[in-house]
Design a protein around this ligand. Sequence first.
Ligand SMILES: Cc1cc2nc3c(=O)[nH]c(=O)nc-3n(C[C@H](O)[C@H](O)[C@H](O)COP(=O)(O)OP(=O)(O)OC[C@H]3O[C@@H](n4cnc5c(N)ncnc54)[C@H](O)[C@@H]3O)c2cc1C
Length: 224
Amino acid sequence: MVKVLDKGFIDVVDVMGSDLSVVNAARVSFGKRKDEMTAGDAKLIRYLWTHMHTSPFRHASIQFHLKAPIFVLRQWMKHQVGCAWNEISGRYVVFEPDFYIPDNWREQHESNKQGSKGSVADQAQATELYEATLKQQFDAYNALLAQGVCKEQARMVLPVATYSECYWTCSLQAIMHFLSLRLDAHSQWEIRQYAAAVFALVKERFAISLEQMQLPEDIELPEL
Ligand SMILES: Cc1cc2nc3c(=O)[nH]c(=O)nc-3n(C[C@H](O)[C@H](O)[C@H](O)COP(=O)(O)OP(=O)(O)OC[C@H]3O[C@@H](n4cnc5c(N)ncnc54)[C@H](O)[C@@H]3O)c2cc1C
């Protein structure tokens, strides 16, 4: 399991396949099957990915269990093709005050309209306002439940900083597509941390396939 952000995590539950599954799916074209990877197979994987011959990468898949803030999951769940999602339900479960508290409040980026950079000067002031708002929202949630309002409506006052839990199962191709977009510096810092954790978790099993991904210089992989 890899810890991500202040209270999140991601863990591999199950894995089907390896780099060899990709190779064998491609080599079936010639009626061939191998039991061990060779240098030629590594070259084949590079060729397949570079030339968008992607179907062999769909024969391996991984199931993850993860905990992330809802605003991160909104971005993550846009990745739909080759992915299955199941999430904890606020209609069944009463939420705990489990919110993402950033270590660093970043400034608005001037040229990248959806991006951020650096740090604002008064970190403590931002945290104070943020935590006071979270408390107010969570108090309102509890007050609504105490009045007898159902869970499925009371949750409407909770912020997108609330942590949620999911199972995410996807093909190796879908993971590589996710990594190519979400490791990139144009993606939000918080989802990039999850992408780095995904990379760290799958890189041993799919070492050659993952070599096709560019790891940006400013991304640090978490230790396993
Ligand atoms: C930096 C960044 C900023 C973003 N900003 C926004 C934003 O402001 N608002 C927003 O709504 N989203 C935004 N997104 C999400 C983005 O538009 C994609 O939905 C998300 O990255 C998932 O990628 P995808 O659609 O390729 O993935 P998937 O849905 O998993 O699709 C995978 C691939 O399948 C193919 N495919 C999928 N659907 C179809 C189809 N209908 N027809 C043909 N081929 C298809 C495409 O080749 C696609 O790349 C942003 C993403 C990034 C990385």
